[in-house]
Ligand binder design. Structure first.
Ligand code: NDP
Length: 464
């Protein structure tokens, strides 16, 4: 049995059967059987069903947000926003089935055209930090492109994915098109990666597991999309609006209790602005409301698990240069106060490793060249920000930092309609926006000879 724990109380909130290889294989078989009819569905009808699913999720938004808030320990206001994004994601991709356009390419002797074909059964492996949101980033484009799905949520947070499967069937997604398997990653996830009938795996989680997935996927030349870790830089130049930068920095790293791959956990500050910035940052950090996820005023909840609490605590030991901390409740729950370490060298362990908890490192820099060099001195490249009033420097720095997404004078990373994904060891491929559809379809080229004698036939055979 999987015992699902509520991180704010440490109490069991649900028990459910734990799936293994047999259940995973059965889910793949159901998805395989459902594929021909789903891919053949008239595009307008596939679009209608996805719109209905978006609607059905919206109707149950309050219930799903509460379930997510309790299971992931996230503030209910955040969970409400996340379910809103899930609805938006299904709506956005509901427009896609009729827009999976191909090309015609001028050639001799006939007509050449391309099609975007679905891959078949796709395996989706999702983490515990944004359970339904990240699932929707994968499920919606995969369905829109005509694939069928086996979704494996994290064992710590399987509840909203299980609800999604039920809501999907009620909304008219045919049985077998979306199958949820709740079980351990090392068993069910691994099986999806190795299964010969799974055409692609899309994964969000740790870089370490992602590396193993890339290796295992090679056995069947499986397509992979990997959204992995981050150690993103929030670069603050002395000419920036320091109040705005300081008041938005805390939630850019402590949001979701720091369990966010986009967390701007390295705050790089131009040395000349350090004192002013730090005093504004301290006010913002100590004002953060940390507590009961179900209280609408709460801005930060507990960590996901006792293991995560232990890991995060290991970065704030006796020698850590703690500049200041926010508050955290006493009593049951995996609580850790928002913590700012300063000054930190980029070579120190807290600046190098993805902590995945509410710990920020403040790193001073002298000038633009040093800021870019520190920002890029990491194995990761997922997200980040640049704060300055100098427009040319803003764009220069944004282009120079090796990262998949970056914001100027803002700490936002993700929008439904724009691509999201990492450089370097933060991953491979892009989710969201128009790009996600490429990750769930293959390009097929069709040549139709229209001229007698087909002048190109011999030439092509000679080449290949
Ligand atoms: P994992 O990478 O282990 O888990 C992510 C997902 O992968 C879960 O569904 C997990 O299943 C599954 N999984 C685990 N092992 C395998 C495997 N061998 N084959 C296929 N799937 C597998 O993350 P953790 O939960 O262990 O978190 C550890 C660290 O990872 C965090 O501290 C953080 O640094 C990072 N992380 C990053 C995330 C991001 O958004 N980039 C998200 C989550 C974690 P299950 O958990 O059910 O066993």
């Amino acid at each position: 049995m999987i015992r699902v724990i509520e991180p704010a109380t440490e109490e069991v909130m649900a028990e459910l059967p734990r799936a293994g290889v047999v259940e995973t294989d059965a889910a793949v078989a159901r998805a395989r059987a459902a594929f021909p009819a789903w891919r053949a569905l008239d595009p307008a009808e596939r679009s209608t069903v996805l719109h209905r699913l978006a609607h059905a999720i919206e109707d149950r938004a309050g219930e799903l947000a509460t379930l997510e808030a309790r299971n992931a320990g996230k503030p209910i206001s955040d969970a409400g926003g996340e379910i809103g994004m899930v609805v938006e994601t299904f709506r956005y991709y509901a427009g896609a089935p009729e827009r999976l356009l191909g090309k015609t390419i001028p050639v001799a002797g006939g007509v050449d055209m391309t099609f975007r074909e679905p891959l078949g059964v796709v395996g989706l492996i999702t983490p515990w930090n944004f359970p339904l949101t990240i699932a929707s980033w994968k499920v919606a484009p995969a369905l829109a492109a005509g694939n069928t799905i086996v979704l494996k949520p994290a064992e710590l947070t399987p509840l909203t994915a299980i609800e999604l499967e039920k809501v999907a069937v009620e909304a008219g997604i045919p049985e077998g098109v979306l199958n949820v398997v709740a079980g351990p990653g090392s068993v069910c996830g691994q099986r999806l990666v190795e299964h010969p009938d799974v055409a692609k795996v899309a994964f969000t989680g740790s870089t370490e597991v992602g590396r193993g997935i890339a290796q295992a996927a090679a056995g069947t030349i499986k397509r992979v999309t990997l959204e992995l870790g981050g150690k993103s830089a929030n670069v603050i130049f002395g000419d920036a609006d320091l109040q705005a930068a300081a008041s938005s920095a805390p939630l850019a790293v402590f949001g979701n209790a720091g369990q966010d791959c986009c967390a701007r956990s390295r705050i790089l500050v131009e040395r000349s602005a350090m004192d002013e910035f730090m005093s504004a940052l301290e006010q913002a950090v100590t004002a953060l409301r940390v507590g009961d996820p179900l209280d609408h005023e709460t801005q930060m909840g507990p960590l996901i698990s006792a293991d995560q609490l232990e890991t995060v605590s290991s970065y704030v030991n006796g020698e850590a240069p703690v500049a200041f901390r926010g508050s955290a409740p006493d009593g049951p729950g995996y609580w850790f106060p928002p913590t700012v370490l300063a000054p930190v060298s980029n070579d120190d362990r807290p600046a190098r490793e993805e902590i995945f908890g509410p710990v920020a490192c403040v790193i001073p820099f002298e000038d633009e060249a040093e800021a870019v060099s520190i920002a890029n001195d990491t194995i990761y490249g997922l997200s980040g920000s640049v704060w300055t009033r100098d427009g040319a420097r803003a764009l220069r720095t944004a282009r120079a930092i090796e990262t998949g997404v970056i914001s100027i004078n803002s700490n936002t990373s993700v929008r439904v309609s724009t691509p999201f994904g990492g450089f370097k060891q933060s991953g491979v491929g892009r989710e969201l926006g128009p790009n996600a559809l490429d990750a769930y379809s293959e390009v097929k080229n069709v040549y139709y000879a229209t001229e007698p004698g087909d002048p190109e036939a011999g030439e092509a055979e000679n080449i290949v």
